[in-house]
Design a protein around this ligand. Structure first.
Ligand code: G4P
Length: 534
């Protein structure tokens, strides 16, 4: 990692962000073009190619390969304008939304990619809700302007209405599809010119600028198009609040950029926008010995939390990589860190993830994401610090929507099964519930694909043949309340009670209706869809 030429501390150069979108809006393409724009990769195709390389390394990732989806989230670091960007990649498939949600806990901002022909789609909505839990600032990129798009005013209204976010266009498009001529930079009144097919540029270069009120504009736009663009930009200014950085940082306002990721258009400008406005690491509230403490990114003690654990690519070794988001301090290779439960580990080979490579890090700072190889010591949601006294909260578990009973072909291997299921639940792949009555484990997942991954991994890594058969439950809720109230509830629902991997009580419900009925009948018990890892 290069050292900083200015006096600003290293952590202040970090910009950790995630890209969120509904599948097919163009997240992968934008990721790649952003990396190209920043000069972090040189050839298109490397993001996908890297995924493919990774896939050949692991048996269980066969599923990814077969279905052409990316299951594992990773991190790509690149440098631009003296800033170090950590792009947190999130799985595109909706079955892995839980993984995505957790990844968002490690990001300080997010880019929301919308398909210009579709606007806000269901999955975008869900992801923005998660960003909202932590008020992460959101930058909007309206993609695929080279195709027929919705009216830009309708797109902005869609954002305001569906997401309850103020939208401020930083640019205004001139046409779309075949008539797409470029976007007006509202701050400078320059048209950023879209090149026609066959004139593709290097996305590393900024777009050509033509002053809207200059004489050269006639070469790009007809008089009618220029008028239409002026009017459009006027309407936008009247309808939308001006950009206000504070309001953006608080998560109330999203600046909107337009472009075409596939054609590399508008991406360089988006990157400059990111460098101008997205925030670096902010203080995080955590607890120390049960008391709330503010963890400052410039603080002395090294502290962070695990937001993802990935099994090692090599199935012959049981080691895993824990993705740790650092929140304070200057980490040095070889440092000893402790979890809040007192487990200690020496971090001798921390990994930083550059766009083309992974390297062993000698140092890392608040805002960085570091891969920590370990043999199962670290779990999703664990806090790591020098003192072992800091505890971060807020890594969510979501109520599973699919519940399956794990049945072994060979009942003598029950102990092995317990170990395998526990270990995968610790990684955060699936959730594990042990019913109060009966011996079978219930496995919960947010999407069906997670169950398939689980079956493959249990077979490949533990040599166990397991059937995940239908369970008579549809959903689960974590329950909370005074002890006597919980006991009264549990007494009435003996066959539907279970505990999760941390021993917390869970109600396995037959239907959503049963949940609302129970909520009415037991007003002193709260039923939670999400649980923060403790
Ligand atoms: P995702 O990660 O959000 O799921 O989307 P991805 O980038 O894979 O893009 C989905 C499809 O949309 C791809 O086409 C991609 O080429 C296309 N696309 C992305 N950005 C743009 C854009 O700015 N303009 C246009 N016209 N298309 C865009 P595909 O046919 O599904 O895949 P491929 O065969 O091109 O890889």
């Amino acid at each position: 990692m290069t050292s900083n030429s200015t006096d600003a501390p290293e952590w202040a150069r970090r910009r950790s962000f995630a890209i969120i979108s509904h599948p097919d809006a163009g997240k992968t393409t934008l990721t790649e073009t952003l990396l190209l724009s920043a000069g972090a990769i040189r050839l298109a195709g490397q993001v996908r190619a890297r995924g493919e390389n990774r896939r050949t390394q692991s048996d269980w990732m066969k599923i990814e390969q077969e279905r052409g989806i990316s299951v594992s989230a990773s991190v790509m670091t690149f440098e631009h304008r003296g800033l170090l960007f950590n792009l947190l990649d999130t799985p595109g498939h909706e079955d892995f939304s839980e993984d995505t949600y957790r990844t968002l806990t490690a990001a300080d901002s997010a880019i929301m990619v919308l398909d210009a022909a579709k606007g806000v789609e269901p999955r975008t909505l869900k992801l923005v809700e998660v960003c909202r839990l932590r008020d992460i600032p959101i930058v909007t990129f309206i993609n695929k302007m080279d195709r027929e798009a919705l009216d830009p005013v309708d797109l902005l209204e869609d954002i305001q209405d569906k997401l309850a976010l103020d939208a401020t266009p930083m640019q205004w498009p001139s046409g779309s599809g075949k008539r797409f001529k470029g976007v007006l930079d509202i701050a400078t009144n320059d048209l950023l010119r879209f090149q026609k097919p066959g004139e593709d540029r290097d996305p590393h270069e900024p777009a050509e600028r033509v002053a809207l009120d200059g004489s050269a504009i006639g070469e790009v736009l007809s008089a009618e198009e220029a008028d239409e663009l002026r009017e459009g930009a006027e309407v936008a200014k009247e309808l939308c609040p001006p950009f206000n950085r504070q309001s953006f940082l608080e998560g109330h306002l999203t600046p909107v950029f337009f472009g075409s990721a596939l054609r590399g258009f508008g991406v360089r400008e988006l990157l400059e926008g990111l460098a101008d406005i997205i925030p670096g690491p902010a203080p995080v509230t955590a607890s120390s010995n049960g008391n709330p403490v503010e963890i400052e990114p410039g603080g002395k003690e090294v502290a962070g939390f695990v937001f993802k654990v990935q099994a090692n690519m090599d199935p012959n070794h049981r080691d895993r990589v824990a993705f740790v988001r650092l929140c304070s301090g200057r980490f040095k290779r070889g440092m000893k860190l402790k979890t809040e439960a007192g487990k200690q580990l020496t971090v001798s080979s921390p990994i930083l993830f550059f766009a083309q490579d992974r390297e062993i890090a000698d140092e890392a700072f608040a805002g960085d994401v570091m891969g920590v190889p370990n043999h199962g010591t670290l779990r999703v949601g664990d806090s790591l610090s020098e003192s072992g006294k800091i505890r971060f909260t807020g890594i969510p578990n979501f109520a599973p929507e699919i519940l399956r009973r794990a049945r072994l072909a060979d009942p003598l291997k029950a102990k092995h099964l317990k170990k395998a299921l526990e270990s995968l639940a610790e990684e955060g792949v699936t959730q594990l519930f042990r019913p109060t009555l009966g011996g079978d484990f219930i496995v919960g997942a947010v999407g069906a694909l997670q169950i398939d991954v689980m079956r493959e991994r249990v077979a490949a890594e533990y040599g166990l043949e397991v059937d995940f058969e239908a369970a008579p439950y549809e959903t689960a809720r974590w329950i909370e309340g005074d002890r006597d109230k919980i006991e009264a509830f549990a007494d009435r629902h003996k066959s539907a009670m279970a505990v999760d991997i941390n021993g917390d009580p869970v109600f396995l419900a037959k239907s959503a209706w049963e949940v609302s009925y129970s909520e009415e009948k037991f007003p002193d018990v709260s039923f939670h869809r999400a649980k923060e890892r403790s």
